[in-house]
Design a protein around this ligand. Structure first.
Ligand code: ZN
Length: 283
């Protein structure tokens, strides 16, 4: 029975928050793997990963990130069968033009089960997050070839349209699309219940989706997503607080909180294998 199951993704480190924001943010591969494992034990079926310099926590992408992601995957797989999802979003350090293709390098080498695919450009804080149409399609084509399921990340309604036109209508997916509706970034759609409902209603038929609520919106929008039939992402990448003014000690605290809410709402938490079935992943 997968109908009543909710997939929890733990975004355990991200690229923006640092230990100044929360001293418990994992930087080294061992710490990242341990946080992934604790999140799995608490109920997460998917772990979303960014590469960081183990000493400084600086975000790393491209070729340089390959050994770091490789280490993450190896250590995580030794501990549990959680689904590993690698970012292709890069880090806070933006690289330009064709150089952007380098963001796909770790996915090409390591072939994780899933990878993020951003389907639109935008202002992101004080930076520009460039995802031009050619890049989106090149990423989608490569992922299709490699058998890596994309997680279509949309930060505003126009990105949904781009995903439909550039990826879905071009038959660059071999299974139903999985969307991540990101609400509350500086430059993206604000995190309100009305906006989540609007985004959800803008999705194409026959897709799966999750909400990514930024900062204090993580848990409330997660709860609304569960009520609307969606899945949820929690974790330090998007939010470092367990409750107002209280820093989470581990990503697992945030996962556990979401598990309690899901159960109170009459649903159950998907295991990694149930999530594979829901997301049509090839194992
Ligand atoms: Zn990410």
């Amino acid at each position: 029975m997968i109908e009543n199951k909710v997939i929890i993704t733990a975004a355990v480190t991200g690229s923006i928050p640092t230990r100044k924001n929360n001293p418990n943010i994992p930087y080294t591969p061992e710490e990242v793997a341990e946080e992934a494992f604790k999140s799995y034990e608490a109920g997460a079926a998917v772990v979303h990963l960014h590469a960081r310099n183990p000493k400084t926590g600086r975000p790393i992408s491209g070729e340089e990130a390959v050994p770091i992601f490789g280490e993450y995957l190896k250590l995580i797989k030794e501990k549990c069968d959680i689904i590993c999802q690698i970012t292709t979003g890069g880090g806070a350090t933006t690289i330009s033009g064709l150089e952007q293709m380098k963001r796909l390098k770790p996915v090409e080498v390591l072939k994780p089960e899933m990878a993020s695919l951003n389907t639109g450009s935008m202002n992101f804080g004080r930076s520009i997050f460039p995802n031009p149409p050619d890049l989106i399609q090149n990423f989608a084509k490569k992922m299709l070839e490699l058998g890596v399921k994309p997680e279509l990340e949309v930060y505003e309604p126009g990105h949904i349209n781009s995903a439909i036109e550039l990826v879905i209508n071009q038959k660059l997916l071999d299974s139903p699309p999985q969307f991540s509706l990101v609400l509350g970034t500086a430059g993206g759609i604000p995190a309100t219940p009305k906006n989540l409902i609007f985004m959800k209603e803008s999705l194409p038929p026959d897709c799966t989706w999750q909400v990514i609520g930024i900062s204090r919106h993580q848990i409330p929008l997660g709860a609304l997503s569960v009520m609307l039939g969606g899945n949820v992402r929690v974790g330090f990448e998007d939010n470092v607080y367990l409750s107002r003014g209280v820093l989470a000690k581990s990503n697992a605290d945030l996962v556990a909180k979401m598990v309690r809410i899901i159960r109170e709402l009459g649903k159950e938490v998907a295991t990694p294998d149930e999530a594979r079935e829901i997301l049509s992943l090839k194992k």
